[in-house]
Design a protein around this ligand. Sequence first.
Ligand SMILES: *Cc1c(COP(=O)(O)O)cnc(C)c1O
Length: 361
Amino acid sequence: MKRVYNFSAGPAILPEEVLKEAQKEMLDYEDSGMSVMEMSHRSAMYQKIIDDAEKDLRTLMHIPDNYKVLFLQGGATTQFSMIPMNLMKHGVADYIITGAWAKKAYQEAKKFGNAKAIASSEDKMFSYIPDVKHLNISDDADYVYMVDNNTIYGTKFYELPDTKGKVLINDASSCILSEPVDVSKYGVIFAGAQKNIGPAGTVIVIIREDLIRKDIKTDTPIMLRYDIHAENGSMYNTPPTYGIYICGKVFKWLLNLGGLEAIHKINLDKANLLYDYLDQSKLFFGTVEKKSRSLMNVCFKTDSEELDSLFIKEAKQKGFDNLKGHRSTGGMRASIYNAMPTEGVKALVEFMEQFEQKHKK
Ligand SMILES: *Cc1c(COP(=O)(O)O)cnc(C)c1O
């Protein structure tokens, strides 16, 4: 067996320790004689798995008691509908458009009310974060919506938008658990699991209790109501049981590493290794504004598409997989989520140096 360094943007690399533990427990979880996949979600044994996962996530993120943690399904994209359906009380919401995911969420929200794009970086291919200190917040906005880390273009917010007191909603799919966070600054933080946590399909929603309304439109599909999921401890129907179990293991892995402060240090080191190399390279260059650089998704190019393709091909042969940039940007993208070991990034930089030696002008 040979594992590659997997730089995929998502579904993405998971900690090897977690996979090995899951392998060990696959056929017989804690003397139950069955796999977690085969277990009733109503059993005491499964209840402990989901309770522990929630407890560990609360510890990691210091989630205040007045927030609910929900384990839902349908990926992050289902939240693009649930947010406006549940939170648009006055029918107005402000969106900060920093990439394709923000744009999709904004377009979906328009179905449910007056969604406004109050800032955008689309003029420069989403290569920067717009000014968020002086936003034109709508007086009657029910919330302001942001996407913390831009998975496709490789930018991130380094300061929170001034929402003038309005509730802030954060799609943190590609950066959740990568650094410490003050949950109390947000109304909702949500994240699809497949980038920094676990298997695709599972989505984590951290929502302030007073935002969970019962007085929403009565024809809202039951599975799209936060109140129903909150009242039923994420078990109105069968939750993504195995996905939640793996998420729980990743939370424990992070706690053992020393929590979010510790992983943040590691993530900064990894990102700096790559960005420092890119900044002095004569062949490769980073594609986004320096002060908006993502710690999770590092986008870069050479000035030749042929050379980009050759690099991606040769890298794959050497065991550096999934370095091809998103189809909308071209070039390369190295996704270096929590589970990517520092050695993986060091090895990639060494390979880039060798490639540069061969191809420099
Ligand atoms: C990947 C991603 C999504 C979409 O997630 P799905 O689980 O495929 O719905 C949404 N937002 C961001 C920021 C992402 O990176």
